[in-house]
Design a protein around this ligand. Structure first.
Ligand code: NAP
Length: 281
């Protein structure tokens, strides 16, 4: 078997065109969806991420504000900035780029964001809403993975999904989203005894670990769907995922590539969440 690619760039292009259409419709009513991106410090990777987010907003007709502050900004000043953005009617979504400098309590800052503007979906209110199946913002990366499964018309009902990784931003919300679609879900982590025994039972595998080759061909049931969230560098310094792509794509039915898979979907779902925040006003 040779797996079919789920192309995150193509799907993103389609979804972003829809965002642009809906943003244009809101503008007719006098509302321009607005995202505030807050960057504290000069982490080079964070600088690239926020630039990409601001550019993606502009490309889809969303307004964005970049709040860039030095690493020695006080936590109190950051909390005051978040409060100001909470009260700014031109801003519908607030994103505080993580990681924050070590002198700040990141969770406290995230929880200062008004839940109706929490377009990253990291607020405990958003996590709680996802857990009990109430409307709220879903974290962008697992939400993007769900859109990828939807794009191939995959029904999760009765399927066995294995999520590798249990972080609050990817693994856990991913598992809840799969559960909500009636999959039977297993969550694996660094303490899982026999990962291969788990993954071999899976119809769907989501790898969100941050280690190369966590999933190899011998660990995948023929015909399984494989979603690779990981972002790593290979020996040549090139971006790669958690999955041994060449081997697994000979066994799986569908697979997401890295790059060009989940990565672009994450920013796309941020645009979708920001648009929806503006539509809910
Ligand atoms: P994280 O917070 O470091 O979590 C990694 C998870 O993997 C943890 O739950 C850990 O288990 C588990 N793990 C570690 N080694 C393992 C092993 N050998 N077997 C099974 N599980 C293992 O990372 P994250 O924030 O969830 O991100 C995961 C990856 O996705 C990273 O590569 C990150 O860069 C990437 N990512 C990509 C995007 C995107 O847009 N494409 C977005 C977010 C993240 P414990 O809990 O037991 O420690």
């Amino acid at each position: 078997m040779t797996a079919q690619l789920i192309n995150g760039n193509e799907l993103s292009t389609q979804l972003r065109a829809d965002v642009a259409r809906r943003a244009a419709a809101l503008k007719v009513k006098g509302i321009t969806p607005g995202l505030a991106v807050v960057l504290v410090g000069d982490n080079p990777a964070s600088q690239v991420y926020v630039r990409n987010k601001v550019k993606a907003c502009a490309d889809s007709g969303l307004h964005s504000v970049m709040e860039k502050h030095p690493a020695d900004m006080s936590e109190a000043a950051l909390l005051a900035l978040v409060e100001k953005l909470n009260n700014d009617p031109t801003i519908h979504g607030i994103l505080v780029q993580l990681p924050l400098p070590v002198h700040m309590d990141a969770q406290k800052v995230i929880e200062a964001i008004a839940p109706e503007k929490d377009v990253d979906g990291f607020h405990v209110a958003s996590a709680g809403a996802l857990m009990v199946g109430r409307p709220g913002f879903w974290p962008c990366t697992p939400y993007g993975c769900m859109k990828m499964l939807e794009s191939i018309g995959y029904s999760l009902k009765g399927k066995h999904a294995v999520v590798i990784g249990r972080s609050n931003i990817v693994g856990k919300p991913m598992a809840l989203m799969l559960l909500q679609q009636n999959a039977t879900v297993t969550i694996c982590h660094s303490g899982t005894k026999d990962l291969k025994a788990q993954t071999l039972q899976a119809d769907v595998i989501v790898a969100a670990v941050g280690k190369r080759n966590v999933l190899t061909a011998d660990m995948v049931k023929p015909g399984a769907v494989v979603i690779d969230v990981g972002m790593n560098r290979n020996d040549e310094g090139k971006l790669c995922g958690d999955v041994d792509f060449d081997g697994v794509s000979k066994v799986a039915s569908y697979i997401t590539p890295v790059p060009g898979g989940v990565g672009p979907m994450t920013i796309t779902m941020l645009l979708v969440n920001t648009l929806e925040a503006a539509e809910r006003v």
